[in-house]
Design a protein. Structure first.
Length: 263
């Protein structure tokens, strides 16, 4: 059985329709990221991101005309959010395949259009750097240039390149979150790069807003105490507050924040 065959029939129909519309528009379309990762793992996840080798915003508008829905475009990164209303997937992000360059550590990237291979290389970890083709002639085919399938099977978290945590220190938080969620192991070289980024204080290079966004994602986990305890073990918790130490009281505090945010 191919991973795509695990999806409900109405979701497969939706993806096939996106692929046919892409074919008619002359662009290659892919489901990417966590949707593909969790599909392979057999974990329910209908948070759909579609990447287009072409103009993602324009393609989102084409989808809206063909399928109905509303589009909100974001010029900086060539992305759009398509709201479909009722259906198996109510909203999706549609993104231009892009390469990224970071002007300095922790900065938001400068982007330009690229191929799907280059787009997947900009991802955080190999397990998130896979795509699934949607165009009719390749529908359901897993695109894996960087060993994501290997690392999923091995339950390993591996960065894409040595500068990953330096370019974007929020990946440190995501590393802990995925490690705890899936009970995966951070491979030795990635672990070494992780420790170096912590020792060099890289989380201080990003805004408090971006760190808080990552913390909200951690708090939204089914068992947030696992990544929070892991953050303490690896020295990441001190970047939330220098005096913060993990304890039952700390866990209760974060639980209260989670409840207040209705996560």
């Amino acid at each position: 059985m191919k991973p795509v065959d695990r999806l409900p029939e109405n979701v497969r129909r939706l993806l096939r329709r996106i692929g046919r519309i892409g074919e008619d528009a002359g662009v290659r379309t892919y489901a990417v990221g966590g949707f593909v990762r969790d599909l392979i793992l057999g974990v329910p996840n209908l948070d759909l991101d579609v990447t287009v080798e072409g103009d993602g915003r324009r393609f989102a508008e084409v989808l809206a005309r063909k399928m109905g829905g509303d589009v909100i475009s974001y010029d900086r990164f060539g992305t759009a959010t398509l709201s479909l209303g009722e259906g198996p997937i109510e909203r999706m992000d549609v993104v231009t395949a892009r390469r990224e360059r970071y002007p300095h550590p922790g900065a938001l990237p400068e982007v330009e259009p690229a191929t799907i291979r280059e787009d997947l290389f900009r991802r955080d970890f190999t397990i998130n750097a896979m795509a699934m083709a949607l165009n009719p002639n390749r529908f359901g085919q897993i695109v894996d240039f960087y060993g994501g399938l290997r690392d999923l099977r091995g339950k390993i978290i591996r960065v894409m390149h040595d500068m990953s945590f330096i370019d974007d220190p929020t990946r440190l938080f995501r590393c802990v979150r995925f490690e705890a969620r899936y009970d995966f192991t951070v491979e030795p070289h990635t672990s070494s790069l992780f420790r170096r980024a912590i020792d060099e204080g890289m989380p201080l290079r990003v805004s408090r807003q971006r760190i808080w966004h990552e913390m909200k994602l951690i708090l939204a986990e089914d068992l947030p105490e696992k990544p929070i305890r892991r953050m303490s073990e690896v020295g990441l918790l001190r970047f939330i507050s220098p005096d913060l130490e993990v304890s039952d009281e700390t866990i209760r505090l974060f639980g209260g924040i989670r409840g207040a945010l209705d996560l």
